[in-house]
Design a protein around this ligand. Structure first.
Ligand code: ZN
Length: 535
């Protein structure tokens, strides 16, 4: 009797576990730990783009996806989508100058200006008229247009980054930065308008970081998606320091403060500066061969399986670089071995489901995130599943293995029709949804999900937790500060044996349930009406 009832109880527990396993595929913190440990080991040499370590890491990811039972979704029946990038390094002998009525200024690369030749040629010279276009924004939904119909074809646009300041949530989303405020948008809008180039006048306020950050990130080789033979590109994507900006504007009898003030008025009109700029850009150009890793678990519905949910995480990190305390391997354990580990565990769980969801799931480890989201940008331009048939992208980038999470951060989810479901699943898992602590920093535009959003796919990241169980209040914020100031993009972002991966398992379970429900629902999700990325 006793034995029998224990037997029954055991059976009941086993059945409950099996059901849970069936629901969540038995996602395991331990497996996430082991993948993280291997991918961030010194053997991987920091997973640099175009390096042996990068080749090894992608080979490992592909092998694990194959072992999980996912099918190859890359080129020619492989797990790889090759991503041809071009490394462009502007050389210090490049020059930028301006002249009017015989007066002129010559700017020095690095100290005064930085920039890249978007046409990816080793040697480019050009002269062009300049026009000041405020923030360079056309945003009909906020009744804002800095161009006012003025033709800027062939001209160099001079502008400030960021957007008109606002506390009104209906005007440029209040304090939060919209995509219009990002410098990448400025270059895109200029290209759409046929401009020759762009010069952003840096101010610490408008950029939210100092000139040293601009200088160091633009002063070295950066990867770009290769420009096609008939594709248009800007001859100059540039920045000048505030001081250099003053010198330039002085030629037109203007000051930075005066133009900043003008750019904040809704009736702003482009100002012809009457200055001719002269640029000579010398660039070191080389091909960078790299790859995304792609695997699919086909859906069970004969029709809906053409559509898919994407899970993404970038595999690349900074490789081997300048030694810090004698260590030159930038292991990138948190950034982003953790996200890749979650991706692999998710693929294993999905592939092991006895009954597959209706839509397919694509597991995508993308390259060259650290160089500006280039692997995901390439994917968006060369999608394996058409964007119109892609339900959702859930991205994982840098998760914190510091115990059991009390919350989940899914900034951007509220812009999509997935949000009510995202809230429901958070409640079911006892996780609070925490807001973005610094919306003005525009983090939404700085991780791979954004490349998908940019082509209309509802997309957001499942970010690191900010509150942990059993830890004092403020622990999360303090640990974040500590990581960010000491280990972020440093060789010390290394695997630690005492890390507790529970929060990563929770983030995996959360994304798994969300993706599975989206894969089974009748309609494809979308953006909220009126959203900037509405398709
Ligand atoms: Zn990073």
């Amino acid at each position: 009797m006793m034995v029998k009832s224990i037997g029954l109880a055991v059976l009941a527990v086993a059945a409950a576990l099996a059901q849970q396993g069936g629901q969540e595929g038995g996602l395991s913190a331990e497996r996430i730990r082991e993948h993280t440990k291997f991918l961030s080991s010194d053997l991987m040499e920091g997973r640099g783009v175009g390096t042996r370590g990068g080749q090894l890491a992608t080979e490992y990811i592909a092998t694990q996806l194959a072992l999980a039972g996912a099918k190859p979704a890359g080129d020619n029946g492989t797990f790889f989508q090759s991503v041809p990038l071009v490394g462009v390094e502007t050389q210090p002998n490049s020059t930028l100058g301006a002249a009017v009525w015989g007066k002129g200024v010559d700017l020095k690369f690095g100290d005064d200006f930085v920039g890249v030749n978007g046409t990816q040629r080793p040697d480019t010279r050009f002269e062009a008229e300049t026009v000041f276009v405020g923030h360079g924004i056309t945003a009909p939904e906020f009744q804002w247009d800095d161009f006012k119909g003025v033709n800027v074809t062939g001209k160099v646009l001079v502008l400030f980054t960021n957007e008109p300041p606002s506390d009104n949530p209906k005007f440029f989303d209040g304090r939060a930065l919209t995509y219009y405020g990002r410098w990448t948008y400025k270059y895109e809008e200029a290209l759409r308008r046929g401009a020759r180039g762009v010069i952003i006048i840096h101010t610490t306020d408008t950029a939210s970081y100092g000139w040293d950050v601009v200088r160091s990130s633009w002063g070295r080789e950066a990867p770009f998606v290769k420009v096609g033979p008939n594709e248009k590109a800007l001859a100059l994507q540039g920045w000048v320091s505030r001081e250099a900006g003053e010198k330039l504007l002085a030629l037109a009898g203007k000051t930075v403060d005066e133009l900043l003030a003008a750019s904040e008025k809704p009736d702003f009109k482009p100002i012809d500066l009457g200055i001719q700029v002269r640029a000579h850009l010398v660039s070191k150009i080389r091909d960078l061969e790299t790859r995304n890793v792609a695997a699919i678990v086909p859906g069970s519905d004969p029709k809906l399986k053409d559509e898919a949910v994407i899970y993404s995480a970038h595999w690349d990190h900074l490789g081997i670089g300048t030694p810090v305390n004698g260590d030159s391997i930038y292991n990138g354990a948190i950034d982003n071995a953790t996200g890749c580990a979650v991706l692999l565990e998710m693929a294993r769980a999905w592939a092991s489901l006895p009954q597959k969801p209706k839509r397919s799931a694509l597991f995508l480890a993308v390259t060259a995130e650290e160089g500006g989201l280039k692997g995901s940008e390439y994917y968006a331009a060369h999608p394996l599943i058409p964007p119109a048939k892609t339900a959702l992208d859930l991205n994982y980038d840098a998760l914190y293995p510091w115990g059991r999470a009390k919350d989940v951060v899914i900034t951007g989810a509220e812009r999509t029709t997935v949000y009510p479901l995202a809230q429901q699943i958070a409640r079911r898992l006892n996780l609070a949804i925490s807001p973005d602590a610094t919306p003005e920093a525009g983090h939404y535009f700085r991780s791979d999900h954004f490349s998908f959003a940019h082509v209309g796919i509802p997309a957001f990241s499942i970010e690191h937790a900010t509150e942990f169980a059993g830890k004092p209040a403020g622990f999360g914020a303090q640990a974040y500060q500590e990581y960010n100031s000491k280990h972020y993009h440093q060789p010390s972002d290394e695997f630690q044996p005492d890390w507790d991966f529970t929060a990563l398992e929770q983030a995996a379970v959360y994304g798994f349930l969300l993706g599975r429900d989206v894969a089974n629902q009748d309609k494809l999700p979308g953006w909220r009406p009126g959203d900037q990325f509405h398709r």
